[in-house]
Ligand binder design. Structure first.
Ligand code: THU
Length: 173
């Protein structure tokens, strides 16, 4: 576990009585020096990701994931994981949200939330990092876990930190 993750977990435990929104705000502030959207937007993304997670189709892993992506235009797109009996055909929540965004004619994500049942939130898989990077070189990604005894614990990471040196397609042009 990274020092950063440990620190954010301890902080959240210390403030067990704080509201979820306040906790997310505290984590968001600690994510400086990167520029990030308003904490209220990140809070809304977490709520939307949490709600869509209920629709996950995860009969094989029983591991449900919800994702929500905000775009520059102010819209929010959601996705949940959709598993398949042929396991390799499974689609992750983050990619589901990106597909919704692109199908709606949008191209500019500015923030993303991923909600899981873990204690402290899980980090997006490598394929999803690459797919998110296709549309945003960098953006805040809020990772929230619903599983802790102390309530929801989240922290904000940057996409550019999750996937440094993403393949950006410039070699194809
Ligand atoms: N999963 C996601 O939805 N997003 C990720 O970033 C990691 C994994 C899903 C895929 C599969 O349905 C389940 O979690 C277990 O791997």
């Amino acid at each position: 576990m990274s020092a950063r993750k440990k620190a954010s977990g301890a902080k959240a435990r210390a403030g067990a009585k704080a509201t979820r929104a306040a906790k997310t705000r505290a984590k968001t502030r600690s994510a400086a020096p990167h520029h990030h959207p308003q904490a209220s937007l990140l809070d809304e993304l977490v709520q939307r990701a949490k709600a869509v997670r209920d629709n996950a189709h995860a009969p094989y892993s029983r591991y449900r994931v919800g994702a929500a992506i905000a775009t520059k235009s102010g819209r929010i797109f959601e996705g949940c994981n959709v598993e398949n009996a042929s396991f390799g055909a499974t689609i992750c929540a983050e990619r589901g949200a990106i597909l919704q965004m692109v199908a709606a004619g949008e191209r500019d994500p500015i923030a993303c939330a991923v909600v899981t049942g873990d204690d402290e939130g899980a980090s997006p898989c490598g394929i999803c990092r690459q797919v998110l990077s296709e549309f945003a070189k960098d953006m805040p990604v809020v990772l929230v876990g619903l599983g802790s005894r102390d309530g929801e614990i989240g922290h904000v990471v940057q996409l550019a930190d999750l996937l440094p040196m993403a393949f950006d397609g410039s070699s194809l042009r």
